[in-house]
Write a protein that binds this ligand. Structure first.
Ligand SMILES: *Cc1c(COP(=O)(O)O)cnc(C)c1O
Ligand code: SF4
Length: 523
């Protein structure tokens, strides 16, 4: 048996191709000779695959560009066959040179073209708060000065809350918005709460009416003007006990507070949040815990709000201790957006409480980050500290028009949070229940295009599930979309086969460019 019989067809094809070129030495440039001969001698002397791959790649290039065979460089078929054998002998998986050079490398190159556009655009069209940090720090020192905050105020949660921007007047001192927009904010905030901590307000890039943080935090006229049927709050259908929401037999949520450090313009719980901060009676928590104690099917309890980190530390500790003492409760979750809106809240005492509860039974933190701009070095550090004390930190993003409804923005969001110790978990199609934020809705199909575009292009564990909330969370896989009637989808609940109607935003509504702050643009 000839020793070259060990060469596979890919390699034989590659060699045939190379040696089908011309051996006319006069067509050869001297620099080509020296670089090829240098690669050849390195391939012989060193036990590395890289030199051999480089040599074959160069030979392939001069064959296709100049029509030259290796013979033009005094390399025989026997020389190259020998190197081909050496290559597969060195390689741990006996990959042939033909496979590597003619197959794997072109396949990787081809795949690269699927992400190169993203790599070019991601830091330009969807910069993270880490990339914008210099500008954010400038905003922070400006805001701090305007509000007259001391270091202590700035660095404490109570200071951030005390100086939170809640009035039109304060907003006007911090952000320059068109007069018409300010008028509208004034009108809307008579009916809905606005609150931005000074830290979070600093994430807004001044001068842009399309800023994704501005759009999330400062309400616009649509919030009161959007006509439409107000659908009764989820609680009417799904609250079997005081403070409790329940969609599933084994998971419940405790809406432990109606307060948040900032109020989102797209808040799903807007009805529950109400118009002013409330302190709940301790009997309310007792009754909620009692409900959980009595139903041994419940194994997973999500403490949410509002924002669960608005509760004082001793309250969080108490609720977690109670839950840990219930035998059938096996895992707990805390829902909070505070690590990104007010990372100053994440102090040692809180971290110890999380750690202690996680020691007993797994504790997870569920957050809501909607744009890479919300991740700064400070919030990333807060998530890092939290992630060391809990069993997982997971993100539920809401798909929002103008905020994260393009491939580049959503890929960038998922990668940025993945790099900030947070696992992308859900992307919610923005609910149709509340007309207040109908202008921020994105069609189901558009969201599916964005989520499906991630497969194969970003890490699998940075890809979230795409969900419609319609009396439970329905994954928007094609198999759950059982029909379309005009503008409504018919969705199937996978757990009960029940069908529900799910209105999509009207295409012409989604196509409108003059929404939110854009409509106040002055030409
Ligand atoms: C989101 C939510 C849950 C949790 O759902 P998972 O799919 O388990 O993450 C449970 N109950 C209510 C009321 C919810 O809104
Ligand atoms: S953090 Fe959650 S509960 Fe609070 S305003 Fe935003 S969406 Fe609503």
């Amino acid at each position: 048996m000839n020793k070259f019989d060990k060469l596979d067809n890919f390699t034989m094809d590659l060699l045939d191709h190379l040696f089908s070129g011309s051996d006319d030495k006069s067509a050869v440039q001297t620099y080509q000779v020296s670089s090829i001969q240098e690669l050849f001698s390195k391939s012989i002397s060193e036990d590395l695959t890289g030199n051999i791959v480089d040599l074959f790649q160069v030979l392939k290039k001069v064959r296709s560009k100049h029509g030259l065979s290796p013979m033009a460089f005094n390399l025989s078929r026997e020389d190259l066959s020998g190197l081909a054998l050496k290559h597969q002998d060195i390689d741990e998986h006996q990959v042939s040179i033909g496979g590597r050079v003619n197959r794997a490398r072109p396949i990787v190159e081809e795949a690269g073209s699927r992400v190169d556009w993203y790599l070019e655009q991601k830091d330009v069209s969807a910069p993270s708060g880490i990339e914008l940090w210099d500008r954010i720090e400038d905003n922070h020192s400006r805001i701090r000065q305007i509000l007259g905050m001391t270091d202590k105020d700035w660095n404490s949660f109570s200071g951030q809350l005390k100086f939170a921007i809640q009035s039109l007047d304060t907003l006007g001192r911090i952000l320059r918005l068109p007069p018409k927009a300010m008028e509208e904010v004034g009108r809307v905030t008579r009916s809905y709460r606005m609150r931005l901590t000074p830290y979070y307000a600093g994430l807004i890039m001044p001068g842009s009416l399309e800023d994704p943080v501005l759009l999330q935090a400062v309400p616009t006229g649509e919030m009161v003007d959007n006509a439409g049927i107000e659908i009764p709050p989820v609680a009417a259908d799904h609250s079997p006990a005081r403070l409790i929401d329940q969609f599933y037999p084994r998971v419940v949520t405790i809406k432990a507070t109606n307060m948040c450090a900032m109020y989102c313009t797209h808040c799903l719980r807007i009805a529950h949040i109400g118009k002013k901060d409330r302190i709940y009676k301790s009997q309310a928590y007792e009754e909620a815990l009692d409900y959980i104690r009595r139903d041994s099917r419940i194994r997973d309890v999500l403490v949410t709000g509002g924002d669960s980190f608005m509760l004082p530390n001793e309250m969080i500790a108490r609720i977690l201790t109670e839950l840990d003492s219930i035998d059938h409760v096996r895992v707990k979750r805390l829902g909070t957006r505070i690590p990104l809106t007010t990372p100053q809240r994440v102090n040692g005492e809180l971290l110890d409480i999380l750690d202690k509860s996680n020691e007993k039974k797994p504790l997870r933190v569920v957050t809501q980050i909607n744009t890479a701009q919300e991740i700064t070095p400070v919030s990333r550090e807060a998530f890092k500290q939290i992630s060391r004390r809990v069993s997982a930190v997971m993100n539920q993003a809401v798909l929002l028009k103008g905020i994260n409804d393009t491939r580049v923005k959503m890929w960038k969001l998922c990668e940025t949070i993945h790099e900030a110790y947070v696992r992308p978990y859900y992307i919610f199609n923005c609910s149709y229940r509340n007309p207040q934020f109908a202008h921020l809705r994105v069609p189901v199909e558009k969201g599916r295009d964005i989520v499906e575009s991630m497969y194969g292009n970003i890490s699998g564990d940075a890809i979230p599930r795409y969900i419609a909330t319609a009396g439970g969370k329905i994954p928007l896989h094609r198999s759950n979309v059982v029909g379309v009637e005009g503008n409504e989808l018919i969705l199937r609940k996978p757990w009960s086969d029940e069908e529900v109607r799910y209105p999509d935003p009207a295409p012409e509504e989604y196509a409108r460019k003059d929404f939110a702050f854009e409509k106040y643009r002055e030409n």
